[in-house]
Design a protein around this ligand. Sequence first.
Ligand SMILES: NC(=O)C1=CN([C@@H]2O[C@H](COP(=O)(O)OP(=O)(O)OC[C@H]3O[C@@H](n4cnc5c(N)ncnc54)[C@H](O)[C@@H]3O)[C@@H](O)[C@H]2O)[C@@H](O)CC1
Ligand SMILES: Nc1ncnc2c1ncn2[C@@H]1O[C@H](COP(=O)(O)OP(=O)(O)O)[C@@H](O)[C@H]1O
Length: 508
Amino acid sequence: MIPVYSVAQIRAVEAQEISKRGEASLMKQAAAELASVAVTMLADRPGTEPAFVIGLIGPGNNGGDGLYALAQLQQQGISTLALQYADQVHADASAAYQKAGGTLTDFADGQNELLGASLIIDALYGLGYRAGSPLPSVPAQSYVLACDVPSGLDPETGVAEDNVLRADRTVTFGAMKSGLLTIDAPLVTGDISVADLEFDFSSVSPETQMVDEAAAVELLNQHRSWRDAGRHKYQRGVLGLIAGSDLYPGAAQLTAKAAVNCGIGLLRTHVPESIQPLLAVSVPESVPLDDQQIKEALSSSRRHLHGKGAKISAWAIGPGLDGRTPPTGVIAEVFASRQPAVIDASGLEVVPTGPSEQPRVLTPHSKELRMLLNRAGVKVTPDEIAQDPIRWTRWAALAYNAVVLLKGPTNYIVAPNGSSLVVTHSSPQLATAGSGDVLTGILGYLLSDGSLTGTQGLRTVPNRRIMELTACAAIIHGRLGRVTAEEGTVSASRLIDNLPKVMKHFGF
Ligand SMILES: NC(=O)C1=CN([C@@H]2O[C@H](COP(=O)(O)OP(=O)(O)OC[C@H]3O[C@@H](n4cnc5c(N)ncnc54)[C@H](O)[C@@H]3O)[C@@H](O)[C@H]2O)[C@@H](O)CC1
Ligand SMILES: Nc1ncnc2c1ncn2[C@@H]1O[C@H](COP(=O)(O)OP(=O)(O)O)[C@@H](O)[C@H]1O
């Protein structure tokens, strides 16, 4: 997991490091990291030989990093040009660049060269950015590496100017900054690498933790055992899916297919009679679950929450339910159990507020979050949620005593105790009808697997584990989006087709 800090926290640690190691040494270290990523990016985009790198240089230390990085590229034989976009630039860095044979010129005089650049390094503004900073424009298809923070993005809030310099990659220094993950940031940073410059954050608590693919693989591997190979289907896990209505007959099928394609032990489905024949054909692996069987499953769960006699090990509630006529009786009984559950879509309209023994994760998008908050008596506008999503997700987690995953380009996962995880790096093409139903299937599957949840006997799943598995589901879903988008346009059905190979990537 990658700890995430506020700009103030990073500035404080930076000041200590500067007093220990000196500013020039830190800057050169930062520049070396920047130059190394620039070289990788040039190699990733062959066909633009000989390489020509242009740096956009601002007035502060961010510009200084850019100039030192250009000097290093110049010394490696790469042709470069520095365009000064400020009245003055970092004097030592400028001298070092010119000593390395580089040319520093005014932006206005050199901007025509931008069209011929194989790579543009954006070293205009970093931590010192203030809203309203003047920003140049670059040609539409430019290949851009941001130094520390894309210029025009507020590193504290994640709010971007309309003319922000969108990056293909960002190398950020010291630590991951909260503003690189939230609001507009996922749309403008490209892939982010953290160059930690060996800063010592040991006495600072991070604001949140970011989960990336490597962290997800590690989390999943932590919980696997060689014994897993000997499990029969009930021991692997049984998901009870309560979903579907005449109004939305497709959603239940999408969630069911997703869970099955994840490789679930067994899927039981509680859907309206009118949908059952459809499901029997589209997801023949699923086994119907009626009201009486749900009662029996809940009764067996009083002796065992998973495996050994337990008929269901986790629940997924909501995809495609008709919000006007959900099977409230049966759902209320499931909510009273201690088995983990993921609640999505219309399930969110019936989930109770207040204390609960059930480890639960609610998966609203921002409109559904507003509805959840309204149901809990918290009035909030869409704008307020957009400006501070993590704050409002915390309120919901507290009000419903549940882990809440707020979905979108940034996924915020918050527990009732306020702790949080953040997941980005998905694909905008996930914004397609039914993709949330697929996520519910993935998360339902993860929650049903006793090895992953650590459920044994009557020991229930702690919220921390629920949060981690929710983050893993969002990561799997994000990769699914990217892999599918590489092949062509994305639909929920296409996502589901790709699930087996994406699950394999995560060790399933
Ligand atoms: N935090 C770290 O760990 C390290 C930071 N370094 C670099 O230092 C950078 C921070 O340097 P600075 O503090 O000099 O800040 P910046 O280089 O981000 O400079 C911004 C400068 O632009 C000016 N400016 C900002 N907004 C403006 C506006 N709206 N109108 C007019 N002028 C405006 C400010 O006066 C400020 O001096 C980081 O982003 C990073 O690139 C590295 O050199 C070393 C390590
Ligand atoms: N612009 C975006 N970029 C990345 N992911 C997105 C974007 N928009 C939506 N998503 C993801 O797509 C899924 C959509 O879920 P949801 O809104 O519940 O869809 P549906 O109800 O149609 O199934 C969520 O996992 C969300 O995180």
